[in-house]
Design a protein around this ligand. Structure first.
Ligand code: GAP
Length: 447
């Protein structure tokens, strides 16, 4: 994990938020490569969950919502973790993590074994508070949303009307969520500010369990499509005692992170709990009229809820490799490579003139760059030996590299004119490809 964290900083995937001021616990900034990777993950989720389907539409709700939403959903009264204070070191811990986290004062021990004395456990609400408007009192209290889902529930009726959909149908959303976690840890895994990709899929009451199974399989397929094989994801059926009170069935999809097996995504059968609560609290009907059966009911919901940051972290862990390879001089050397699936790689293709000091090569390379740029994210690099440039892109996870050389210019015979070498990151194999075929070749590989 240390190697991944250090690569993330060195290559500009992830930085500590406000780093020059000592950081802010639980907050992270994504650098130039990180932001592209994050976008690719989000975009691919969005494409699969909305654009490639007839039965899901999207929305983008506000982060700030009427406080009544959180009263109705139960978050104001129950969205809390049990917390204890250590009277010895004055630090605060989650009561259920005393034997699994480091003691703040004696890191070789856990709070359970360091000999500290604790207060009684108290409920600590995880929602961040803020005030809307100039007066800071109870009437202006608002929360930063701790999940994106509630915006979907409270807009259910509006979306249903405009989308003209029949059950089963879903509403998808991607956006920031905030939780004042007691112990943010494991790099971005448990943060205080993070991003969720959530689908609320509305179904007739007797179809909840069948759609729960459907979405579990769909989501496993999705992770496979971004390079996390099915064998690496563990499906955990959450036992009754651990399940949220509103859920009749939940699967956690877990991944083996370097710090242990942890949840990537939850897929919950939330019954009609949320819509029922909002109907009751708002006094507005949130029922669905089924024309076939001429009956009215509150739809049930199956919710696949994934974290963008956790997916990105899993993708990084899965892609990271160190291997011994032959350098340009024929000697063995170590290379660090991120084997991202081309579909989500932050940069799809590097473009390199073989030599920087040959104006004809540089000019032709810039032409190739301009041909590719409208179609995919590329990185132009003419600095340093070509082998070093390949290594830099291996480390950034760039799946392809195109080198413009003397053959391209026709100096080694007319048959190779207007061809380039196309290098594949994982096999490091190189082949000659016509410039006019490049866009098609690369687009097929990243689709
Ligand atoms: N709407 C349901 C819901 O929010 P959750 O299991 O609390 O369920 C869903 O969160 C997903 O959001 C998690 O599986 C995880 O990927 C992500 N997530 C939750 N808390 C997080 C945190 N503190 N930091 C990073 N990601 C988090």
């Amino acid at each position: 994990m240390e190697k991944i964290v250090s690569l993330c900083k060195r290559r500009g995937f992830i930085f500590q938020s406000s780093e020059i001021y000592g950081g802010l616990n639980g907050a992270w900034d994504y650098g130039p490569l990180g932001v592209e990777l994050k976008r690719s993950i989000r975009d691919y989720w969005w494409r699969c969950m909305t654009q490639l389907r007839d039965d899901v539409v999207g929305m983008d709700g506000a982060i700030l919502m009427n406080r009544a939403v959180w009263k109705a959903s139960g978050h104001e009264s129950t969205f809390s973790d049990p917390m204890v204070d250590c009277k010895t070191c004055k630090r605060r811990y989650r009561a259920d993590q005393l034997d699994s986290v480091e003691c703040g004062q004696r890191p070789s021990k856990t709070p359970a074994t360091c000999g500290g004395e604790f207060t009684e456990a108290r409920a600590f609400n995880l929602m961040f508070r803020t005030y809307v408007g100039p007066v800071e009192d109870d009437s202006s209290l608002a929360y930063l949303r701790p999940e994106t889902a509630q915006a979907i529930f409270v807009q259910f009726k509006n979306v249903l009307e405009v989308a003209r959909k029949k059950l089963p149908f879903g509403i998808a959303q991607i956006g920031k969520a905030f939780r004042n976690e007691i112990n943010p840890r494991n790099f971005t895994f448990r943060s205080r500010e993070f991003e969720q990709m959530e689908l609320e899929f509305f179904v007739p009451p007797d179809q909840g369990f069948q759609w729960l199974e459907y979405w579990k399989e769909e989501r496993l397929r999705w992770y496979e499509a971004i390079g996390i094989p099915r064998s690496k994801i563990h499906v955990r059926q959450v036992p009754d005692v651990e399940r949220a009170f509103y859920s009749k069935g939940t699967y956690d999809l877990e991944y083996d992170f370097p710090f242990g097996r942890q949840e990537l995504e939850g897929i919950a059968y939330r019954t009609d709990y949320d819509l029922k609560q909002h109907q009751e609290h708002s006094g507005k009907p949130l029922e669905y009229f089924d024309e076939k059966t001429r009956s009215k009911f509150i739809p049930h919901v199956v919710e696949p809820s994934a974290g963008v940051d956790r997916t990105l972290l899993a993708v990084l862990c899965e892609a990271y490799a160190e291997e011994e390879v032959k350098g340009d001089d024929g000697k063995s050397e170590m290379r660090t490579v991120l084997r991202f699936h081309p579909r989500i790689a932050p940069i799809k293709c590097g473009v390199f003139p073989l030599l920087k000091n040959k104006p004809e090569l540089v000019a032709r390379a810039k032409e190739v760059r301009d041909v590719l740029r409208p179609h995919l994210t590329i990185f132009y690099d003419d600095a340093g030996a070509i082998g070093r440039r390949y290594r830099r892109q291996d480390e950034a996870g760039t799946p392809f590299g195109v080198t413009i050389d003397f053959e391209t210019l026709g100096e080694k015979g007319p048959e190779l004119k207007d061809t380039v070498t196309l290098r594949e990151r994982d096999s490091m194999k190189q082949e000659r490809v016509m410039i006019r075929d490049l866009v098609g070749r690369l687009q097929t590989a990243i689709a």
